[in-house]
Design a protein around this ligand. Structure first.
Ligand code: LMR
Length: 403
């Protein structure tokens, strides 16, 4: 009885959360998982989410019936408007097939599954940025889509490996699928500039490539929802074939509610209807119908102008605190501790994460000696830093770097 089942390794991100919880050291810090914390290191229930929750609790018309297979229509429609823009031709022409998913992971999975069945591949594989969110490497093979990588991060400059990235786009078989992070690249915090996005789109159009956008951090890159949707909207404007995986885990602080959506852009309204019908078949076999509560919360927030305005303020609060932590960490390292090396990337990178540039041995030393939990690739979740622990972290990082 399953005697032959081998032991799987623990998940590289969530094992850090478990180790952090088990650690009794008073100065422990969790910089592993990308989850927002307030200045006291506590999870933050967004005030707008509290308000929306109260509205739902007092709504006597609600029940616990099934949602549609494709989810709550007023949620998926508003989610599509949020990423594409309400006036986008793909919205006004009804060309988006939108399905509610189990957060961003579910959207990636459903998107990958849909492509594996219906995409006209020359070369069945997905190109992932090197590096990328570790789970991308698991999601695609799970549905029979092999993974290759394209150069993205240049350790010399701690920035974008732009020429090599463009070469990879040029050298891939026509109609290849490239996964792109819509904004706030995970794990590097390095995004292409608008000009670079334009050049990427040019090559993708020329080669007939497909853009598989993962948008898990809209609002976290710049504090502005519109700004952070720019790359997706620009690709739509240029008619690059694409889909978008969308998550409200981070920007609405709804990690455990699993609120996401997959938006596949079709060539016409009829095509979108056919795509929706197939996504519906796939979703039915896997989850039957998505969960209601989180989608109701996000739907309220997106569809009510006052709540929407409040949400934007909450996003600015989160993004602003992270930027403050970047500045303070940078100041401590460069001015006070005079830590060897250049640390400007801490303030230049954007979003939830910073790719510190430290090596796996230094990362391990931080985990084992300093009770600071971070992934082996040197990524830190900036949201885990606050005014009480940033000095301790800077001091420990300084020690690790000096060896
Ligand atoms: C992360 O990268 O830390 C987050 O996206 C959480 C996760 O699911 O890995």
């Amino acid at each position: 009885r399953f005697e032959e089942v081998p032991l799987a390794p623990p998940d590289s991100i969530f094992k850090l959360t478990a180790a952090y919880k088990a650690d009794t050291h008073p100065d422990k810090i969790n910089l592993g998982v990308g989850a927002y914390r307030d200045d006291n290191g506590k999870p933050w229930v967004l005030p707008v989410v509290k308000k929306a929750t109260d509205i739902l609790l007092n709504d006597a018309t609600l029940d616990h019936e099934y949602l549609n297979i494709t989810g709550l229509p007023e949620y998926t429609a508003a989610a599509a408007r949020l990423i594409f823009g309400p006036d986008s031709p793909v919205i006004t022409e009804g060309r988006v097939a939108s399905v509610q998913t189990i957060s961003g992971t579910g959207a990636n999975h459903l998107g990958a599954l849909f492509l594996s069945k219906f995409y006209g591949w020359n070369d069945k594989r997905v190109y992932l940025s090197d590096p990328t969110w570790v789970n991308h490497h698991a999601i695609f093979p799970q549905v029979g889509v092999p993974v290759s990588t394209y150069p993205y991060y240049d350790p010399q400059t701690i920035g974008l490996a732009f020429p090599a990235f463009l070469d990879a786009l040029k050298n891939a078989a026509p109609r290849s699928v490239f996964l792109l992070h819509a904004c706030a690249h995970n794990p590097t915090g390095v995004d292409p500039t608008r000009e670079q996005w334009g050049a990427i789109a040019d090559v993708m159009l020329e080669k007939g490539h497909f853009a598989f956008f993962d948008s898990a951090y809209q609002g976290f890159a710049s504090g502005d929802l519109e700004n952070d949707a720019w790359a997706v909207r620009e690709f739509v404007r240029r008619n690059v074939p694409l889909l978008v995986c969308q998550s409200f885990a981070k920007n609405a602080g709804l990690y455990g509610e699993r609120v996401g959506a997959l938006h596949v852009v079709g060539a016409s309204k009829e095509a979108a209807a056919r795509i929706t019908s197939q996504l519906s078949v796939l979703a039915r076999a896997e989850i039957s119908n998505p969960p209601a509560h989180g989608a109701r919360l996000v739907s309220l927030i997106l569809n009510d102008p006052a709540l929407f305005a409040e949400w934007k303020r909450d996003i600015k609060t989160m993004a602003g605190r992270i930027i403050d932590m970047r500045k303070e960490l940078h100041r401590l390292l460069t001015e006070e501790l005079k830590t060897p090396g250049n640390w400007d990337h801490i303030v230049n990178q954007i979003g939830m994460f910073s790719f510190t540039g430290i090596n796996p041995t230094q990362s391990q030393a931080l985990v084992e000696k300093a009770h600071v939990y971070l992934t082996a690739n040197g990524r830190i979740s900036m949201a885990g830093l606050n005014s009480h622990n940033v000095r301790y972290f800077a001091t420990q990082l300084d020690k690790a770097v000096r060896g």
